[in-house]
Design a protein around this ligand. Structure first.
Ligand SMILES: [Mn+2]
Length: 331
């Protein structure tokens, strides 16, 4: 069930979670695998909130962090295990559409007396005992801010920076339509609180590494047009990554360049991954619902940005998907 902001129901739910957080002593949180700005931001915002208000908080994380966000204060405090001798009052699950994406990680939830799930994706299944899900929110960080606000407690600079990174990255630096009045309003309050935004922008959007530039270049050089230019695709093989010494994270953003090409309707990036699988990222410029397409492959996402992972060799998978999307574009 979704909550609509602002509404008395939303207020009540946020206040109930705020009370639990207020009373909790030991808290932990978990987010989807391969952290992005909103997943890490919401975890670290909770960590800093707890730290500032005499609570203990463990942030579970299992994958390497992208460089653009790994500088966030507290990133070095992430853990992959919970201490065995602590009784947890409360656990937060952030940014997670369903238990499938979490695998065994949801089993951590059993360690806590109460569980809270915060998320803003569409078609989320509430996995907590208490859920605050709002698919109109810009980000999970926005929802978390609404909870913090109900506590009436102050937010530290580190907490504000973490919330800002979540809202900033999920709105594409305030370019997407999920840059709601509420998202801007929250950011205004973070800035009033002393947040400096230019340094954060530089770190998130204007910092990269050599391998990332090289892997982007390779993907760009393989750009191909289909359907008279309405569809553009590119691909990366496992071998490209090992040869260049790049990680999957270094390829983040490739799809954005493809989707900037004038006249396109859909951009697709195919990435070969371990275990004879192909990861597919879709972007739409508006007309085509790529979430609907990715769902046919048991993937998910949003109308304009979605992804899926399928079994098979890169080339036949590419052929099959290009044929399928072309028929959608031509229908
Ligand atoms: Mn998010």
């Amino acid at each position: 069930m979704y909550f609509k902001w602002p509404s008395p129901e939303y207020d009540e739910q946020a206040a109930a979670i705020a009370r639990m957080l207020d009373q909790a002593k030991n808290v932990f949180c978990i987010a989807h695998p391969f952290s992005d700005g909103d997943a890490l931001g919401s975890q670290l915002a909770l960590y800093h909130f707890c730290k500032a208000h005499q609570k203990n908080c463990w942030c579970l994380s299992f994958d390497p962090l992208p460089e653009q966000i790994s500088w966030l204060e507290g990133s070095d405090r992430l853990v992959s295990e919970l201490p065995a001798d602590v009784d947890f009052d409360l656990a937060f699950l952030m940014e997670t559409t369903d238990s499938r994406r979490m695998g065994d990680r949801v089993s951590f939830f059993e360690r806590a007396k109460t569980t809270v799930h915060l998320d803003h994706h569409v078609e989320v299944i509430g996995l907590g005992k208490i859920n605050l899900l709002d698919d109109k929110a810009s980000s999970t960080c926005e929802i978390l801010y609404n909870v913090f606000e109900k506590t009436g407690k102050s937010l530290s600079q580190a907490c504000c920076a973490a919330l800002y990174v979540g809202i900033m990255t999920d709105t594409g630096n305030f370019r997407y339509n999920n840059s709601t009045p509420r998202a801007h309003d929250i950011v205004a309050r973070l800035i009033e609180n002393g947040l400096t935004v230019d340094e954060i922008y530089k770190k998130v959007y204007e910092t990269t590494n050599y391998n990332s530039v090289i892997i982007h270049g390779l993907a760009m050089s393989r750009t191909a047009q289909h359907c008279g230019g309405k569809l553009v695709t590119s691909w990366l093989k496992l071998d490209d990554f090992s040869r260049i010494g790049a990680t999957e994270v270094d390829a983040d953003g490739c799809i954005r360049h493809l989707s900037c090409i004038k006249g396109i309707e859909v951009a697709i990036l195919f990435k070969e991954v371990e275990g004879n699988k192909v990861k597919i990222s879709f972007r739409s410029t508006g007309k085509i619902d790529v979430m609907e397409i990715s769902r046919r492959m048991h993937g998910g996402g949003h109308r304009l940005a979605a992804g899926a992972q399928v079994d098979g060799e890169l080339e036949p998978v590419m052929q099959q998907i290009i044929t399928m999307v072309s028929s959608v574009l031509e229908s």
